[in-house]
Write a protein that binds this ligand. Structure first.
Ligand SMILES: *Cc1c(COP(=O)(O)O)cnc(C)c1O
Length: 421
């Protein structure tokens, strides 16, 4: 459910015609819908309403834009962050430090210190080495770090291999069969307040079964830790719910997810924590682009060359991901074409042999479901700038990230004196 719909034959973002956004802000441009973000936040919260004590942390990596974080903050969400930069953003967006969870396998000493000084709510520790380092740092600086141990349940999430995180061979978490002993050792360290277990097995999950298996393993671990005298008050169930990228595709609903979680976690007597990203932001954003030209080669589908490229929206090049592509003013005619960007890489391809709205040079079109893992993965490859981002709210539209021009990027580059003589 989103607010990017046809009205009188042209696409609107809420009450704003997309053509007007292109005119005012140029293309390519990401458009986020506040109403869609809020709706997704509320549906997710309602789906978990029967669970008792819960903590919701928006996965900042899915969309770290300050205005998006602000919407989530106003909806009562905290943040799941995976770097010092994301932590700084969450704080800048007004999220209370105690609502921030710090995940990630490679937290540096500097990042851990920043987290301790800010007083963040929880560190999700991904190795014993990390826990020992954090304990020392906390002790040295007079802090106590609330911690959860992230376990790797060795479960195939059934998603794309590059976004699977819960298999034994993945770098994330500690092997679940070593977790009891490790948890108890870490709990004995001054500086740490071991209070929980965390799990996150992957992203864009289209089936609840792997999640359920992972949660069952966490439940067994919870019993074992308690049985051995450990204290567990928080369990972080991560994120991962998939979203439909193709019209008509059906994904597990937040309500079905909520029922599954209620069933598996019955009797746990903990605060349950969640870290949704894509399911909140994915369908709340589109990437608006203009057709540069249509290149017709003999005997094959034409290339529709758009002004957006793999540096602006990396998912198709990275994962072979599908994004629906719709004309802003569809004529009703259809065509089969390859949709590509202008970058000098064959990988700069959004779709091959796509059945789509017929478009011509100068037409506007959108890639849908670009609100998560979109702008945040951008690069400046081919000396392209960083795309602008706008947010709509009813009939209002505002820039939430100005376009960064190539010359602003190379302004940070220097030619040393000794190259000038
Ligand atoms: C990426 C990530 C998430 C969010 O995943 P989604 O699939 O976007 O919901 C949550 N927790 C952790 C630890 C992550 O790395």
């Amino acid at each position: 459910m989103d607010h990017f719909e046809l009205r009188n034959g042209e696409l609107y973002a809420e009450d704003v015609p997309m053509a007007r956004i292109a005119e005012e802000f140029g293309t390519p441009v990401y458009i986020y819908s506040r109403a869609t973000l809020e709706r997704h936040a509320r549906v997710f919260r309602e789906a978990l309403a029967s669970l008792g004590k819960i903590h919701l942390a928006f996965a900042v990596k899915s969309n770290p834009n300050l205005a998006v974080l602000r919407v989530m903050q106003r909806e009562g969400f905290g943040a799941d962050v995976v770097s010092g930069g994301e932590m700084a953003r969450a704080l800048a967006a007004g999220m209370p430090a105690e609502n921030i969870v710090f995940s990630g396998v490679g937290k540096t000493r500097r990042e851990m210190l920043a987290g301790l000084e800010a007083g963040i709510g929880q560190f999700n520790i991904e190795s014993e080495e990390e826990g020992v380092e954090l304990a020392q740092l906390a002790e040295e600086t007079g802090h106590t770090a609330n911690c959860a141990l992230r376990v790797n349940p060795d479960i195939d999430a059934g998603t794309h291999e590059k976004i699977s995180t819960g298999k034994r061979d993945n770098k994330f978490g500690v092997p679940i069969d070593q977790a009891v002993a490790m948890y108890l050792r870490l709990a004995s360290l001054p500086g740490l307040n071991m209070r929980g277990i965390a799990v996150h097995i992957g992203s864009q999950l289209s089936d609840l079964r792997p999640l359920e298996l992972a949660f069952e393993k966490v439940g067994a671990l919870l019993d074992q830790i308690r049985h051995n005298g450990g204290t567990v008050t928080h369990i972080d169930l991560g994120g991962g719910l998939g979203v439909p990228y193709k019209a008509g595709e059906v994904m597990p609903s937040p309500a079905e997810y909520g029922h599954m979680v209620a069933r598996v976690t019955r009797g746990w007597d903990v605060t349950l924590m969640f870290e949704p990203g894509r399911v909140i932001a994915g369908n709340a954003g589109v990437l608006l682009t203009e057709v540069v030209r249509v290149k017709r080669n003999a005997n094959r589908d034409p290339f529709v060359i758009v002004d957006a490229a793999m540096n602006d929206l990396a998912r198709p090049a990275l994962y072979g991901a599908w994004h629906d592509f719709d004309a802003v003013k569809p004529s009703g005619n259809r065509m089969t074409a390859n949709i590509v960007g202008p970058i000098c890489e064959t990988g700069d391809t959004f779709a091959m042999g796509r059945e789509m709205d017929a478009v011509e040079r100068g037409d506007l079109a959108i890639f849908r479901t670009a609100g998560a893992y979109g702008a945040t993965m951008a690069s400046s490859y081919n000396s392209r700038g960083f795309v602008a981002e706008v947010m709509v709210d009813g009939d209002k539209v505002a820039s939430v990230a100005d376009r960064i021009l190539p010359e602003e990027i190379y302004a940070a580059e220097r030619v040393p004196d000794w190259l000038n003589d």
